[in-house]
Design a protein around this ligand. Structure first.
Ligand code: FMN
Length: 191
């Protein structure tokens, strides 16, 4: 059921070391994003799959994880084994803010597809774009918009209702990650 997948589709920052996602499965995630609704149906997004160990390690070093927590994530030996870098192709149309909506839609579709297939990961917006372009040798027209880290999660993430509007995510003393969400009552605008 969709709701179950949505609940399972959390941000994971620790993975079973070395567990790879087959290339055709990564492609199937992108296939799901390919058919999404798109602003003016222009579809300027292109996707770079990264599974080469050296490239994965270099990309990891160009991203920042869980800035709100003062622990190193992912932990040593629990790194993601793949990335999908969502890029905007400026040869199709200039990279205007309106297309960031497409980035969000397509990225969430990819993360949901991963969750459905028993994998998971984390969207990483905090990334050194210049470094990423150079590591991957991206053509000038391909501008990275969002980095999707993927692997086989090995941590627990608990969804909970935010209390008193406190939406700060945290790790408890057992190392379990908590993701507080505003309640339905708080987010539905009253007439
Ligand atoms: C567009 C976007 C960018 C994000 N960027 C980062 C990031 O740079 N580093 C990180 O560790 N998490 C990042 N996250 C993950 C959020 O911190 C996470 O979604 C939030 O804590 C809620 O947890 P949940 O995804 O399990 O609901 C990002 C999430 C989104 C949607």
């Amino acid at each position: 059921m969709l709701n179950e997948i949505l609940k399972k589709c959390r941000s994971y920052r620790s993975f079973e070391g070395g567990v790879k996602i087959p290339e055709d499965m990564l492609l199937s995630f992108i296939e799901n994003a390919r058919i999404a609704s798109a602003t003016m149906n222009l579809q300027p997004l292109k996707y770079r799959i990264v599974t080469d160990d050296a490239e994965v390690a270099a990309l990891l070093a160009s991203t920042r994880w869980a800035a709100a927590l003062d622990i190193k994530l992912p932990p040593e030996g629990h790194e993601p084994t793949a990335f999908i870098v969502v890029c905007h192709d400026t040869e199709i149309t200039p990279a205007k803010p309106i297309f960031l909506k497409d980035v969000g839609i397509c990225s969430e579709i990819i993360m949901l597809s991963a969750a459905e297939a028993g994998y998971g990961g984390c969207m990483i917006g905090s990334a050194d774009v210049e470094k990423i372009c150079s590591i991957l040798g991206l053509a000038k027209n391909l501008e990275p918009q969002l980095v999707l880290a993927l692997g086989k999660p090995d941590e627990e993430v608990i969804l909970e209702d935010a209390e008193g509007g406190n939406v700060k995510y945290y790790r408890d003393r057992y190392g379990v990650h908590h993701a507080p969400k505003r309640t339905l009552d708080e987010i539905v605008i009253k007439q």
